[in-house]
Design a protein around this ligand. Sequence first.
Ligand code: UDP
Length: 405
Amino acid sequence: MRIAMISEHASPLAALGGEDAGGQNTHVAELSAALATLGHDVRVYTRRDDAARPVMVAMRDGVSVVHVPAGPPAAVPKDELLPYMGDFGRWLAAHWDDGAWAPDIVHAHFWMSGLAALTAVAGRATPVVQTYHALGAVKRRHQGAADTSPPQRTHFERRIGRTVDRVVAQCRDEIRELVRMGVPRARIALIPSGVDGSRFTPHGPQAPAGPATRRLLSSGRLVERKGFAELIRALPLVPGAECVIVGGPPAGELGAHPEAARLRRVAEECGVADRVHLTGQAPAADMPRWYRTADLVAAVPWYEPFGLTVLEAMACGRPVVATAVGGHLDTVVDGVTGDLVPPRDPVALGRALRRLLDDPMRRYSYAAAAEDRAAERYSWRRAAEQLQALYATVTGAVLTEAVAG
Ligand code: UDP
């Protein structure tokens, strides 16, 4: 099958950990690679954010990344990209019309890609599948006035959900949200993200250890809703442990980063500044080394559409303490592979962290169960196989042995 992945702001080739580059980039890169391994021909369309980028780059066998000229060829925050989605979609339509390559299926990632996809397929029979990655209604609920999404977001999300052929939800919580939004249940398929079990392994090289004897690790984009401030506020309840936060801008730019400055202030106020370390952005290839240094991994966002870092930590055989939100409710089995705690509650979090750090037997059993669960249920191959079956349903294609793997 010829598959067009549209990921307007999240390039599979981007460095991760910055404000607008994280899980979606990983997801699109890994899924595209896994679909190519199954024999498909995948093109990922992302916005050209640098004039120096070639139009087409081979990412690996069977996957090319196409840089679509829509809006200025410069970095633009994702919340300012809506005005360029018409051009994005029209460029795709013209590109597919020239006859060299046209997709059998279009899979849009994030709501704005959905708009570009629907513009691009107007007048064609090509089916569209949508993965939201995050929902405007949830963001508005949690962030209120701080949410900088375009005001039309929730309206467009509903329209997309009612227009496309299928919506892929990544967890059961997202299904509930989608149904609440008015997306017909019969059109929703549950296909969780995955983790690369060949890279995220318990044993292997480790990042440098710190002076403390116990290390908590947390990682992600340095934005308020990831809950790093609550994690720092929990630290006084966890004496002797250091807290390493991996993510954000490159290390050299941390000094000028407002969220990094805020976290440092919180650490000062709580009297734990000497136990909090911000590393800045880590290359994706280094993430397993970081997880492996942790006695436990904390993932404590206010809300989380899926939460790849939890799965990556689990695959590295690390016990997790995670907030009981979104994808964590599916990936973490409370009391078996980790502990779930209420979001935005530093006291409950501090108690859970301390209890687990003080209990090596429990950490050991969580770690073993977590590693098993990640390997058994969350491979990218499995996600790609489920997706391939979904594409076949909506295109009417019959999967051959070779393609079905
Ligand atoms: N990540 C990374 N370098 C960093 C911080 C994060 O490569 O410095 C990766 C991390 O390994 C994960 C992704 O970024 O694959 C974050 O995904 P998650 O689903 O946890 O959060 P999102 O970005 O979708 O909010």
